[in-house]
Structures are given as C-alpha cells and as structure tokens.
Design a protein around this ligand. Sequence first.
Ligand code: FMN
Length: 312
Amino acid sequence: MSVSEALDMSVRVGGLVMRNPVGVASGAFGYGEEYESLVDIDALGALYTKAVTPEPRAGNPAPRLADTPAGMLNSIGLANPGLDSFVADKLPGLRARRCAVIVNVAGKTEGDYIRVVERLEAEDGIAGYEINVSCPNVAHGGLAFGTDPAQVERLVRAIRGAQGARSPRRPVIVKLTPNVADIASIAKAAEAGGADAVSCINTLVGMVIDVKARRTVLAMRTGGLSGPAVRPVGVACVYKASRAVSIPVIGLGGISDADDALQYLLAGAVAVQVGTALFARPETPSEILAGVRAFMEKEGVARVGDIRKMLA
Ligand SMILES: Cc1cc2nc3c(=O)[nH]c(=O)nc-3n(C[C@H](O)[C@H](O)[C@H](O)COP(=O)(O)O)c2cc1C
C-alpha cells in the first residue's frame, strides 16, 4: 500500500461517515444535474443541495447577481421547486450518488422546517440535513432565526423531535450566519438544541450601487456576499465556533484552492465546502482533495482530522 492510500481522509459527523472532507456548498451546485458532465460527483465527500422549502419558491426579482471585487453578491431568495417536486424529480437522481447527500432545509416558520424534515425522513438516499438559519435574502425566516440563540436552540430541538425512529438518526447540521456579533453563542445554542454539527459561513449582507444610474444593482437592494472576499471572515468564524462547541464544525466561504481549504482545517474545521469557486472552475473540489492529500503526505499527517491540531 502506498503512503497516499494509507491516508485516512474520512470525516465523521454524528453517525455519518463522509469518505473525504471536501463537499460542494448549497446553492452553488443545484441538485447536481448541471454538473454531471463536469464533476466526478461520486468522488465528493458530500453534496449539499440547494435549499428545499415546503412550497415552490420563484425567488426574488432580477437582477439577482452583482459582481464585487473578489466575490459576488446574490439575492436569489431560496428559489427552489418545493418539497413535492424535490422528492419526485430530484431525489431519485441524488439517491444514486455514492457521496453523502445532505439536504439544505429552509423555511419561513419553524413549522416549515419541521414539514420538510418529517417528509424527508420517510425517504431513502439522504445522509443528513443542513438547516439554513442564515439566508440573508428572504423577508421571513432565514436570518431572523439564525441571529437569535434562543430561537436557534428551539428550532433545532423541534427538528430533532420531528426525526423518526431511524437508527442511526440522520445528522442535523446547522448552517450559521456571519452576520452576528458573537458566532460562538449561536454555535453553542445549536449544540444545546441537539445539533450534530454546525457549518459556517453563509453569505454576508452587502450592497452594490451603480453610481451613474443612482440605483442599487440588485432589485432587492441588498444581497449575500460570497467568494474569496469573505474567506478571512469564514476562517475566523470557524476558529471561534470550533473552540466554543464539542460538535464538529464544517467550514466554507471563499474556498478556491487547497491552501484556502487548509486554512479552514487548521482553524478547526473537520470538513469544507466549495461554493462560488465552482461557477468558474468546477474542478476545484478534486484539486482541493489532491492538494490536502499532498499536504498530509509532506507533513506526515495520517488522518485528515489531525490537521486541526496543527495550528500553532
Ligand atoms: C448563488 C448562491 C445561492 C446560494 N443558495 C444557498 C442556499 O440555498 N442555502 C444555503 O444554505 N446557502 C446558500 N448559499 C450560500 C453558500 O452555500 C455559501 O454559504 C456561501 O456562498 C459562502 O461560500 P462561497 O464563498 O464558497 O460561495 C448560496 C450562495 C450563492 C452564491
């Protein structure tokens, strides 16, 4: 066996074992269909789906995208075909995947989240749930949940209660927003509610103005900032969250190459997700995995989970 084959790249989140730490982030990969010819989806550690809400959502009015230095601003507004169509049209394809399929769940009310999870509990082919309490682009729900520790704890407890008798139960990952003063307190609230992991970060609230037209570029005026510009914010959030809780932290925000991913792993993340970088370079996740493996070989690290012990 070569040294490289001996590396343990596996990641444990609750009862789930992902075969490697590199996933694709919610909203940047749809349900995988568009990327089929571009990415070896089965080789990913995890695929986080676009948000699923109880009813179909058309999303926000256009323009919904704006360029920014080293990033982009979006106000998609959780556009998705809704729960019934997800189960009927998207889940069959996802079920055939060999990577962990994590469904990103969103809603306007606590009841919305419960409805989605309860229904999906009856379906096979889902490895876990990522609870989006951090979308800045919706009028109700989203950020309103994710900035209040008491609400986060209550929501996670309710979602736990909605899970069936499946054993092992599917992990609940709570996706946190960086738009707060103290991300550690929100991570602790998720843990107290029974979350198996937290992921951070979702996008940062931003605005771009077209000076000539004296208008905001986005029809919704504000949007969520993503891409390399947000990476230092994400790395700091992972560092703070991972020191506040004993559940695993999954890192994302502006990851474009292996060094970016290693920053997150050194900061305390057990795994990473690639979002905006996929739009320009769909091969990014496989390059990151190869780069992380090369780092481990060079540094003599046998288990990817040990990287987070290496920060001086
Ligand atoms: C176009 C777009 C759509 C997104 N949709 C979702 C979503 O449905 N649910 C969610 O939790 N995050 C969503 N996100 C946030 C990303 O998953 C990620 O948290 C954020 O973009 C930071 O990572 P990145 O800089 O690698 O893109 C979306 C991001 C973008 C750019």
